[in-house]
Design a binder for this molecule. Structure first.
Ligand SMILES: [Zn+2]
Ligand SMILES: [Zn+2]
Length: 410
């Protein structure tokens, strides 16, 4: 046995996997492979939703379907306590041609579980079954399965359709597998973990002309060139050097031929931030730059700025609860409490705007070169299933504690 093999053995042996979850490991892999082979994309997760509802019913939960279309909420009550928490998984896949080569690869051409939502769904189903068996909690656990995490904001739709009115809870928790983090580790931090996602479009209108007679037109090209450069000064010159922001111009559209000055140029791009004040500042500065340069170049310019997903911001108390559960499960040495936040975004942010809570990254890395999220070679790491499912059970049982005497009697 090599030292690194021994290390892996010790690390796994030291983990406090919930015994009922360990017993479900083979079944979990089966569920995950089934979901992986049958991926469905945003708001079309009908078979996935039916699969989830069926497993929850078999486990003895009260099941609510139809929220945000294909969303499912499983309700599990025990004892007489008022405490209630929510745990959330996402159901949807991506429009990607799978190239993983695994036996359970997608049989739906052009669609793929390349973000591991098959694993997220499986882990939450296993946690529901286990908590229903153990009954070691007092209060209500809500198991939230949301559609359309990718691009379409299914989390926002669930909140708008009354998720937290119909299912009142004190806090809501989320989790995403993270291939950059080795399996067996969990990362979390108070405050922002994922960025806000905004988009913008600038349409500049001048006057088209013969390219040999520029003085007869008003050319939007120099305007576009100056705007692209000036936008890069916002992060470099306007925001505090220790604050984070990204402004990326990702599309330039204008002109059709060599000898015509076009009438119009369209620029599009994205802005990523963690802090609302920085987001406000960047939006304001883009507007000022566009207006100022339009005047300079005698253009008419319009700016459309749209806020898509807010930043995913963990609240202090719930982060402490998540940290306690992670530490109890994988040990303090395997919990990263200061990960570098990602400028990727996550629609769990909409749930965190409505309720306190915490979102964590679950290690899924198999070593250097592990395909990352949204890569056609990616496959959720089955070794993480028992860890993630145990995290849910550990967290929920600690947040919905049995009174001492009841626990004793049990
Ligand atoms: Zn994704
Ligand atoms: Zn995802």
């Amino acid at each position: 046995m090599r030292y690194d093999d021994l290390f892996a053995f010790v690390k796994v042996a030291a983990m406090a996997i919930v015994p009922e979850i360990a017993a479900l490991d083979v079944e979990m892999r089966g569920w995950r492979h089934h979901l992986h082979a049958h991926p469905e994309t945003a708001f079309e997760e009908h078979a996935t939703s039916a699969f989830v509802a069926d497993k929850l019913r078999v486990s003895g939960l009260e099941v609510h379907t139809g929220l945000a279309g294909t969303g499912v909420v499983g309700v599990l009550r025990n004892g007489s306590g008022e405490a209630a928490i929510g745990m959330r998984a996402d159901l949807d896949a991506l429009h990607i041609h799978e190239k993983s080569g695994v036996a359970h690869a997608s049989i739906h051409e052009g669609r793929m579980h390349a973000c591991g939502h098959d694993g997220h769904t499986t882990m939450l189903l296993a946690a529901a079954r286990t908590m229903a068996q153990r009954r070691r909690f007092d209060g209500t656990a809500y198991f939230i399965f949301q559609p359309a995490e990718e691009n379409e904001g299914g989390g926002r739709v669930m909140v708008a359709e009354g998720l937290f009115d119909r299912f009142p809870m004190q806090a809501v928790y989320g989790m995403h597998n993270w291939p950059e983090l080795p399996v067996g580790r969990i990362a979390l931090r108070e405050g922002p973990l994922m960025g806000a996602y905004d988009v913008f479009e600038i349409i500049a209108t001048g006057r088209g002309a013969h390219a040999a007679m520029p003085h007869l037109g008003r050319d939007p090209m120099p305007f576009a060139a100056h705007v692209i450069n000036a936008l890069q000064t916002i992060v470099a010159r306007n925001i505090h050097p220790l604050e984070a922001g990204v402004v990326s111009v990702t599309q330039v559209h204008g002109g059709d031929t060599w000898n015509v000055i076009p009438q119009e140029v369209v620029l599009r791009g994205t802005v990523r931030t963690f802090e609302p004040a920085i987001q406000d500042l960047i939006e304001r500065r883009i507007g000022e730059i566009v207006t100022g340069l339009a005047a300079t170049f005698d253009m008419t310019a319009t700016l459309r700025y749209e806020r898509r997903y807010p930043a995913t911001i963990n609240t202090p108390e719930e982060t402490r609860h998540a940290l306690a559960a992670a530490t109890a499960l994988v040990g303090a040495a395997n919990v990263d409490t200061d990960p570098t936040p990602s400028m990727g975004s996550e629609d769990f942010a909409f749930m965190l705007q409505a309720k306190p809570g915490c979102y964590v990254w679950l290690g899924g890395g198999r070593g250097a070169g592990t395909p990352n999220l949204h890569n056609p070679q990616y496959d959720f790491n089955d070794e993480a299933l028992a860890i993630g499912a145990s995290y849910w059970v550990t967290l929920a049982e600690a947040q919905l504690p049995l009174a001492r005497d009841i626990r004793h009697a049990a």
